[in-house]
Design a protein around this ligand. Structure first.
Ligand code: LMR
Length: 393
């Protein structure tokens, strides 16, 4: 079977990490994959996570299987964090613990393929490099809606709305709740209300990707996007990830939440989600979800985690400014001020693919299209990065 097989191309994001690892240049910098680095260039385990792990080690008594959707305690804390503890949506929402946010997208994709095989998934232009791969692998059609305006380095909301006005009923629209990946360009609160109204009128179903909760403005502010959709009483999906905001990258800890119009409808729908999981990975691994539940069930640990999360958010924001100032100080007149306005880990820097290749030749790794992981910039690499960017422009 394998003799005639040609190698697959490397992944556009994780493939960069493989190339980075193989690079022997001691000055190499990886600004590809979205991983947070602290001032020292480390990706530490958060202190709240360490406390939770210690507690789990001391108190856990079994490694028996979890239920197919994961532990009910985990589903409960995920929903409260997603929607706020006083949300009206809980009786028509069900959540399963998935292997990271990518696993949530794929479980959702497989479930959609089962219930509505001819559905098209609409994604923003541009979108996370793996979205089309995940939904395509689930056998769904993919189409694009306009989002980013290269002329203004901002959102083309009129074009986005015009495209979403034409999405057929029953199709799925993938929306990034905050910290849009790869652009860092988000909607205003009023924009979400307009989209909720279009979704309700046209009958398409929002599928929210929420991988950066807490990285834009704060936990409460970032989840505000859901309010008009909950108020509209419509169906939607949320794929969330705790890779970034809990730093649980390799624990593969995420969730898929299905919201229906009624409690009965969501129970019927969720029975199919369970079948989807059972025929894929059967049931989730425990550790990451147990860490998140332990933290979010303790007021003290929640407070500690929120403080650490805020520190990450503030540090990333300060590196945006340093990047813009640094490029300018290296003699470049072009205005990169929009980088400071973008939110989350990533900046759609405006660097061309030729610039990206020229940076790669200097052992600085940036994703094609010019996406920079700002969270990978540190006091010790920022000057070299700014000098290299100025050099390739
Ligand atoms: C990214 O966009 O870099 C992250 O979401 C990691 C990944 O899996 O691609």
């Amino acid at each position: 079977m394998f003799n005639e097989t040609k190698p697959a191309p490397p992944d556009s994001i994780l493939g960069l990490t493989e190339a980075f690892r193989a690079d022997s240049n001691p000055a190499k910098v990886n600004l590809g994959v979205g991983i947070y680095k602290d001032e020292q260039g480390a990706t530490p385990i958060m202190a709240a996570v360490k406390v939770a792990e210690k507690h789990l080690l001391e108190t856990q008594t079994t490694k028996s299987y979890l239920p197919i959707p994961g532990s009910p305690a985990y589903s409960a804390v995920v929903q409260k964090l997603l929607f706020g503890s006083d949300s009206s949506v809980f009786d028509r929402a069900r959540t399963c613990h998935t292997p990271g946010g990518t696993g949530a997208l794929r479980v959702g994709g497989d479930f959609i393929k089962k219930l509505n095989p001819n559905a098209t998934v609409w994604v923003s232009t541009p979108t996370w490099a793996n979205h089309k791969g995940v939904f395509g692998a689930a056998g769904l059609n993919i189409a694009d809606y306009r989002y980013y305006d290269a002329a203004t380095n901002g959102l083309d909301f009129s074009a986005m709305k015009a495209d979403l006005e034409n999405v057929p009923a029953g199709d799925i629209v993938l929306l990034h709740v905050c910290c849009h990946n790869p652009t860092g360009v988000d909607l205003e609160a009023t924009g979400w209300a307009e989209l909720a109204s279009i979704a309700k009128t046209k009958g398409w179903i929002p599928f929210f990707d929420f991988a950066y909760h807490g990285f834009a403005d704060g936990l409460e502010q970032d989840r505000a996007a859901f309010t008009p959709f909950i108020d509209a009483g419509i169906e939607f999906f949320v794929a969330n990830s705790y890779s970034k905001n809990f730093g649980l990258y390799n624990e593969r800890t995420g969730g898929l939440t299905v919201v229906a119009e009624t409690a009965d409808a969501v129970d019927a729908a969720f029975s199919h989600v369970k079948k989807t999981i059972r025929t894929n990975y059967s049931n989730p691994s425990n550790h990451g979800g147990a860490i998140v539940s332990t933290i979010l069930e303790s007021a003290e640990l929640t407070q500690q985690w929120e403080t650490e999360l805020a520190e990450m958010r503030v540090r990333i924001h300060s590196m945006r400014k340093k990047l813009v100032d640094g490029i300018k100080n290296h003699g470049i007149d072009r205005d990169f001020g929009y980088i400071v306005e973008q939110r989350g880990m990533f900046s759609y820097s405006g660097l061309s693919d030729e610039n990206v290749q020229a940076l790669r030749d200097k052992s600085i790794y940036v994703v094609g299209g010019g996406r920079i992981n700002v969270a990978g910039l540190t006091p010790s690499n920022i000057d070299a990065v700014c000098a290299a960017v100025a050099d390739v422009l």
